[in-house]
Structures are given as structure tokens and as C-alpha cells.
Design a protein around this ligand. Sequence first.
Ligand code: ARG
Length: 243
Amino acid sequence: MKKVLCLAASVLMMVSLVACTSKTDELVMATNAEFPPYEYHQGDKIVGIDVEICQAIADEMGRKLVIEDMGFDSIITSVYTGKADLGVAGLTITEDRLKNINFSTPYAKATQVIIVSEDSDIKSPDDLVGKTIGVQTGTTGDVYAADIEKVKLERYNKGFEAVQALTQGKIDAVIIDNEPAKVYVSQNDELKIVDEAFTEEEYAIAVAKENDELLNEVNSAIAKLKESGKLDEIVNKYISADN
Ligand code: ARG
């Protein structure tokens, strides 16, 4: 009897071990690959600063990185519901988001900027009153734009679509993060970034609230990446100091 029990116990243990490893084998990153230089499509691959940071974190944890590309406004939900382990998408830390998920220590600083056409009369955020503004749905740019007096807000699935609408004269300005703004403006001679930035922000990685163990692992991986200079190396690969 003892033997049988013992066998049963060890079978159970093995089963749970297998179940455990297959679950923790992968590190699922929820992102929206419409945000150069942080995450974007290159041929059939998704590349960028966030992808390399998350790859380095996965390496550190001995897990295989799996990228789930989705609509920006689904990222927090997928982390919250446990469909993805991490939300890595140039995500700005906000009080509102902290109600549903936790954020890692920040890994980058950013600002919201205004893109306009070269001949625009918009010279500062104050000039946005009453204008038609394009944003990517669910971003902090969306939140700020919605607060502007008498604004007509146009929401797009991708930041790039907002920029396209601007070049087509359909809207007056786009509010978007500074680095993607630089990328889009560099691809179009008729566009410029308004000198005065909108807000200061910090990017961090989203983790489910109850998952403190994962949060700690991510934080210690980020600390290591900062210390070793690897984080700077990744950033410098995608962002040149002079642009
Ligand atoms: N930083 C902004 C935010 O958190 C925009 C991020 C957009 N990221 C993306 N992968 N599309 O709302």
C-alpha cells in the first residue's frame, strides 16, 4: 500500500512538474508593433528597442520570448487577464493604468510631442485649442488630447495612420511620443515637430498585479541591463544621438 501511494505521489509530482515547466517555459510579451523605434515590423519580423530589452529579460530568466502583436488598447487587458506575461510597448506609467496592473522600474524617458505640417500656425500646445487632433487610440496622447478645450479628436488604430491623415490635410496635428514622432517626421519633408514638448513620461513594463515574483525578476533583469551598459547599447542601436 505504501509503495502504491508513493508511486501515485511521484506520478502526481511529475505531472505537476511538467505542467509547471511548460507554463513557465515561455515569456509572452504583449505589444503593438506600430511604434518605431520601440517595436515595429521589419519584413516578417518584429524588431525594436522593446523587443531586444524583453529578449534580454527572457534570456536572463531562461525563458523563450514569444511576441503577441495586438491592438494597443488590448495590451493592458491581456496582461491583466494573464493572457500575456508582460506588456512591453513603450507603455507610459500612469496612475490610471496602475489601478489594473503593476509597472516595473522605468527603462526610458519620453515626452509627448506635437507633429504639424511645416506651414502650420500651431507653435505651442496652447495653439491646439479648437483644432482637429489625431492620436493612436488608448495612448497617453489620446488622454491629453481629449482634455484640450474644444478639440475635435480623431482616433486611429495606428500612430502612422494619424500621421498619414495629417499629410493628407485631414487633421491639424498629431500628438504622439517623441521617438516615433522623429521617425515619422524624418520620412516626410512636409512635417515638423513643434519645439515645445507636451509632457514628460517614463516607460515601464506592465506585469499582472498578483505576480510579484515576475515583477521582481523583471526588475532585477532591468537593473542588470542598466548596470552592464547593455540597455544603453540597445537604445543606441536604434536611436542616434544626433537625431
Ligand atoms: N507611451 C504611450 C502610451 O503609453 C504610447 C505607447 C504606444 N505604444 C505602441 N506600441 N503603440 O500610451
